[in-house]
Design a protein around this ligand. Sequence first.
Ligand code: SAM
Length: 241
Amino acid sequence: MIEFPAHPITPIGIIHSCYPEKFGIPRQPGLVKSSTGRLELLPPCDREEMVRGLDAFSHLWILFLFHGAVAEGWRPMVRPPWLGGQKRVGVFASRSPHRPNPIGLSVVRLTGISQEKKGLFLELAELDLLDQTPVFDIKPYVSYSDAVTDAECGFIPPPRMVQREVLFTKEAEEACAIYEQRTGRQLRALITETLEQDPRPASQRQQVREYGMALWKVNVRWQAEGERFLVVGIEGVEKTE
Ligand code: SAM
């Protein structure tokens, strides 16, 4: 057996994200520019000097626990959504959250660093992370070595530029405006960009039906027909502080 020094890995922080549920989260970071959140650094990693110099970087790597997938376990082969959920590939040829060590890796935009009474926070955007995700490590993104421009990406193509229409009813439009005024968050853009990624499971794409999707603390109700999405209501705006 190979011997290595035992080292416990504990979270250095926790993500507060616009995505409180898995449904709706984009498949990779960078796809939804308006998705935002914060990384709260936890003791003993909440010291200002530990992030000194980080503000000079526009992007970060985040290594995290797929905490919402642990209970479901893993299988040696998975059906990636990029293959329409039909074909299977090895788990290590996929970006599936269901893996032997459920560790995720995302590059996200760093928009600021906030030292507040209640803690030290990294302000993030362009996320693909579930709310409350435990974070093991962060590293600055270094484009000269991290960006491989001639990489082969197998069965994972760059996102298709499918024209999807996202429309809002008058009521939904008004609810967005109230929410945005109360919170300063760009809810309308977040809904639009999230739906443009088409969060429906591949098996439901031919159906006409209604969905609910949680964003921050509101529930967004929308209908889908083909590549057309109609946002019909936003529930919970009145409860938003
Ligand atoms: N960029 C990461 C990677 O490649 O390791 C994650 C890619 S994975 C395909 C993205 C999906 O993981 C999201 O759409 C969401 O459904 C799921 N996800 C994100 N954070 C999660 C968490 N903490 N626990 C479980 N699933 C999560």
